[in-house]
Design a protein around this ligand. Structure first.
Ligand SMILES: [Cu+2]
Length: 321
């Protein structure tokens, strides 16, 4: 059951999440135990007071401090101090193990939180080996990946519960996090610091795959967009350069802006608009015409294209494999 909840944090699929998981279970168990004990004591106190003559009389009894009363305070304080001290030490140990990036990270990503989507830049020593994508992060399985986090506008927080705890993305500051997945799969993430109207629609996906699949994906991402051959798609490209190039980049074309997600390999992504819509022709048309209806307040205005322009733009976008 827990496994079927995509954001379930009571399950771990990577080193960093594993380190946090045991502590999560421990604090959860202690908290539940404390609630139960308090409830039982309260219930006992109430029923005992009733047995001794009811509420009216209880109020009339002056507060007395018996010889053993102070001892109970000592007992109470020491019982609660033990789990608190254990939790404190365990938290410090977990923080030490998870917060600083390990020395042997093999890949570096720059992830920037925007209202309301994630920009993902793959860094490389040679500039021609780096590229930018959005909302879908591919990593090789069993590899530690350094993530440099920044905020473009307001504070967001990067959270992929099955792989790693939360780290804020703060404008003007670079925070470090790291990811490691022990099993191939798709792991859902979510912005977890309230960042405005569409905060809830700021999801991301981490795709952990075999090193071969990752290399194949990376080689594909490094390519510029193909020049379309069909006349409809060619017209679509013109419209994209004119109308969408103000905000979007499609590498290899005149569209070269970074206000919105890089569209060079749009069709390689599973979802659009930060996890809101599946990446299908229908959803793309709907999004382009009515982004404000689907994601009110988003930084993409409705495009008001003619029917022909819209279908040609979608025909072109579909070539961006
Ligand atoms: Cu956010």
């Amino acid at each position: 059951m827990i496994g079927s909840t995509p954001l379930g944090y009571l399950q771990a699929a990577g080193e960093r999440a594993h380190a946090i998981l045991a502590l999560t279970w421990f604090t959860l168990a202690v908290s539940i135990l404390v609630c139960v004990v308090i409830a039982v004591l309260l219930w006992r106190a109430v029923t005992r007071a009733r047995a001794h003559g009811g509420a009216a009389e209880t109020r009339a009894v002056p507060v007395e401090r018996g010889p053993k009363a102070l001892r109970w305070i000592g007992v109470g304080v020491s019982i609660s101090a033990v789990p608190l001290i254990i939790t404190l030490i365990w938290t410090m140990v977990t923080l030490a193990a998870t917060s600083g990036p390990p020395p042997d990270t093999h890949l570096t990503l720059d992830v920037t939180g925007h209202q309301w989507w994630w920009e993902v830049h793959y860094d490389a020593a040679q500039p021609d080996q780096s590229f930018t994508t959005a909302n879908e992060i591919h990593i090789p399985v069993n590899t530690r990946v350094l993530v440099r986090l920044r905020g473009a506008d307001v504070i967001h927080s990067f959270w992929v519960p099955k792989l790693a705890g939360k780290t804020d993305t703060i404008p003007g500051q670079t925070n470090l996090a790291w990811l490691q997945a022990s099993a191939a799969g798709r792991y859902l993430g979510q912005c977890t610091e309230y960042c405005g109207w569409q905060h809830a629609h700021m999801a991301l996906e981490v795709v952990a795959e075999s090193p071969q699949d990752f290399q194949r994906w990376r080689a594909q991402q490094l390519q510029p967009a193909q020049t379309p051959t069909a006349p409809t798609a060619q017209h679509g490209l013109q419209v994209v350069e004119f109308r969408c190039g103000l905000c979007h980049q499609v590498r290899g074309t005149l569209a070269a802006s970074h206000v919105g997600p890089d569209l060079t390999h749009l069709m390689s992504r599973h979802m659009i608009a930060s996890g809101m819509l599946p990446n299908t022709a229908g959803a793309l048309s709907g999004w382009i015409e009515a982004a404000q209806g689907i994601k009110p307040g988003s930084q993409m205005p409705d495009q008001n294209l003619s029917a022909e322009e819209l279908s040609d733009v979608v025909a072109y976008l579909e070539t961006l494999q």
